[in-house]
Design a binder for this molecule. Structure first.
Ligand SMILES: CSC[C@H]1O[C@H](OP(=O)(O)O)[C@H](O)[C@@H]1O
Length: 342
């Protein structure tokens, strides 16, 4: 996959090839991962990140495991299941990871080739799902906002880097922009790991879409100042009642959008739905290391010993969300509990 590739992750000659998202925007380089531990490490340090992308990486990692644990006597399913659980546990909040791992583990009975085939199916489905969700969401935004070109606000990175290709909320922005419907995209830098500053800025510049970056706390101010026609964000887990876990800072944008009377639209594939959870209180929110917050660019900015609360996500209640849009259209909250949800 060169710079021109539209895909962030691929299966290449028995290895996993992925864009190293830690190196962007200053260097576009590819990771070539050959072991389960390398994939877990890449997910945990967000070299591979974004709910759909980590789901695909997790599925491909199980395929690596199945190949390693296949011998003359067949596949050692116990060994693969043990590693699959470690993969699923790499990050707790995005349901896509555990969903994808569960889906490919279900093919173990067919051997390593069946596991790989299922993982490649998940990879192939991703772009189609994102483009379909983006198309539905773009139609909704046009209906909600009427005037064009639009001034949009987004958060974190939900583009082609966070998925296999195209993106979810950022995929919707690409769709609207392709029809000349975007005046400007405002986006938060996304402290502390700067997915907005490093990745969304890179994707919007690459796509030639007009954009301005905000410090995260300026998002509500932009909404209050009437600078935004619609907010578009992604998701890491959508509950049966429509509550949504997403990057930290999403909740404050939803509160401000609600007060400003601005539509707040979540775009995500169905693989981000977790209908086994009644509501957001049940979502496990990943808490990350203090070092991500007390240092900036490798330089300590807080006094030594400063204690930190560093949740990677927050939960936006359904009542603050105008719509959740998937590849199948509008998600209807209170859907029946799905058996296979993680
Ligand atoms: C389409 S990406 C969905 C979601 O994942 C991101 O989290 P992270 O950067 O920690 O992997 C962010 O919450 C995006 O909205």
């Amino acid at each position: 996959m060169g710079n021109s590739s539209t895909r962030s992750i691929a299966w290449r000659d028995g290895t996993i090839e992925a864009v190293d998202q830690v190196a962007l925007p200053h260097e576009y380089r590819l990771l070539r991962l050959t072991t389960v531990d390398q994939v877990i490490d890449a997910i945990q340090r967000l070299a591979i990140r974004g709910a759909p992308a980590i789901g695909v990486a997790g599925a491909l990692a199980v395929a690596l495991s199945a190949r390693v644990h296949t011998h003359a006597g067949g596949c050692d399913e116990i060994a693969v299941r043990t590693e699959a659980q470690r993969i699923a546990d790499a990050r707790p909040t995005a349901v896509n990871l555990s969903w994808a791992v569960r889906r490919v583990v279900g093919k173990l009975g067919g051997g390593a080739d069946a596991v790989l085939a299922e993982a490649l199916e998940i990879l192939a489905e991703d772009e189609r799902q994102n483009r379909a969700a983006a198309s539905h969401a773009a139609d909704l935004v046009r209906r909600l906002c009427r005037q064009e070109p639009l001034r949009l606000l987004t958060h974190c990175n939900t583009g082609r880097l966070a998925t296999v290709a195209w993106g979810t909320a950022l995929g919707t922005i690409r769709e609207l922009a392709a029809a000349g419907g975007v005046a400007e995209v405002l986006f938060g830098e996304t402290r502390p790991l700067l997915q907005g500053a490093r990745l969304t800025a890179w994707e919007l510049a690459e796509a030639g879409i007009p954009h301005r970056m905000l410090v995260d706390s300026a998002g509500p101010a932009a909404l209050a100042a009437g600078m935004v026609d619609c907010v578009l964000v992604g998701a890491d887990r959508v509950c049966a009642n429509g509550d949504v876990a997403n990057k930290i800072g999403t909740y404050s944008l939803a509160l401000a959008a609600n007060r400003a009377g601005v539509p707040f639209v979540v775009v995500a594939p169905e693989s981000t739905l977790d209908l086994s959870l009644a509501g957001g209180a049940d979502i496990v929110i990943e808490e990350r290391a203090a070092g991500e917050v007390v240092a900036f660019g490798g330089v300590d900015v807080a006094p030594a010993g400063t204690r930190v609360f560093n949740p990677a996500f927050d939960v936006t209640p359904a009542e603050l969300i105008t719509a959740v849009v998937t590849e199948n259209g509008l998600f209807s909250p209170q859907a029946a509990v799905r058996e296979d949800a993680s």
